[in-house]
Design a binder for this molecule. Structure first.
Ligand code: NDP
Length: 297
């Protein structure tokens, strides 16, 4: 049976270090500040934003939440971000996605100062990650968290290992592939147009699934001893828990895959908790950079 990589406990370690780092930085007069911007009342987004704000407070950050009505126009949102860009008390700006359809999310993301882009979605940060300038980039939180989990079982240097990333989104798949490459893995990116995906997956010493399809990756896709990182979060019906009940599953058929894998992340309790922890780490990093201090995490 595979080792279970416990995202909750690794996330708690990260948050503990962030708390310490924030306390030390505060002694110099700089309190890390995170601004979270939510447009509209999407229930899932409200939950995510509440989690982020709560974690930020727990870390000792100055935490600000801007909740704007769903019919807010694009220019108003741009103006708010421009104000946050020059606000010295704010080191990280996060605009909760998705935005309402009438707002151009691309324009909004590119309005955020790259120095405060703790989500790592600005072209400058994407370009830095793509060119291996990791020392000054902000790396998107989910793949950054996945890498930290991987590091626990495989170490920092992945030389000689084959990695397969299923999914090529800008938020998860592509940055994950770039991080694996930066760690010296030999990387294949697979997607919906890839043929014979199971055969490609079976070449992976490190298999990352970021697809959004419940339990798509079967046990016989997994190379014996592989490390499996399941990024997927899918809610499926769970009639066994009662009528109308649901449960969360990943993109990997966990029970089957854990028979073959050397180590595997669970869902829930795997990559999910890492994402918010890395957002806190990125915000602390930004505050440290603004103060000219080496980030501790
Ligand atoms: P996207 O929908 O943006 O991307 C999905 C990717 O999967 C695409 O590249 C798509 O290929 C590929 N894909 C779809 N179907 C198949 C298939 N049958 N075979 C192979 N590839 C396929 O999703 P995200 O990257 O945003 O998210 C992926 C998953 O990760 C979701 O379950 C999401 O909920 C979860 N997630 C979890 C986070 C966390 O905190 N743990 C954070 C962010 C996401 P193509 O490009 O060809 O369409």
């Amino acid at each position: 049976m595979a080792e279970i990589i416990d995202g909750k406990s690794i996330a708690e370690d990260v948050v503990a270090k962030v708390k310490q780092g924030a306390a030390a930085l505060s002694q110099t007069g700089v309190v890390p500040g995170l601004a979270v911007v939510l447009v509209g009342e999407d229930p899932a987004s409200q939950v995510y934003v509440a989690f982020k704000s709560r974690r930020a407070k727990e870390c000792g950050f100055h935490s600000v939440q801007h909740t704007l009505p769903v019919d807010t126009d694009e220019d108003t949102l741009v103006k708010l971000i421009e104000e946050l860009n020059v606000d010295k008390a704010i080191h990280g700006i996060l605009v909760q996605l998705p935005l309402p359809a009438h707002i151009d999310a691309g324009r909004i993301i590119q309005t955020i100062s790259p120095d405060k882009d703790v989500d790592g979605f600005h072209f400058i940060n994407v370009g830095k990650l793509g060119t291996g300038e990791l020392g000054t980039a902000f790396v998107p939180c989910t793949p950054a968290g996945a890498m930290l989990m991987l590091e626990r079982v495989r170490g920092k240097d992945l030389s000689g290992l084959n990695a397969v990333v299923i999914g090529r989104s800008n938020i998860v798949g592509k940055p994950m592939a770039n991080l694996l490459l930066a760690a010296n893995a030999t990387v294949t990116i697979a997607h919906s147009r890839t043929s014979d995906l199971p055969a490609i997956a079976r070449t992976a010493d490190i298999l990352v699934a970021a697809v959004g399809r419940p339990e798509m990756v079967r046990g016989d896709w997994v190379k014996p001893g592989a490390t499996v990182i399941d990024v997927g979060i899918n809610r499926i019906p769970a009639p066994e828990k009662g009528e109308g009940k649901t449960r969360l599953v990943g993109d990997v058929a966990f029970a089957e895959a854990s028979e073959k894998a050397g180590a595997i992340t669970p869902v829930p309790g795997g990559v999910g908790p890492m994402t918010i922890a890395m957002l806190m780490a990125n915000t602390l990093t930004s505050a440290c950079r603004s103060a000219g201090i080496e980030p501790p995490v």
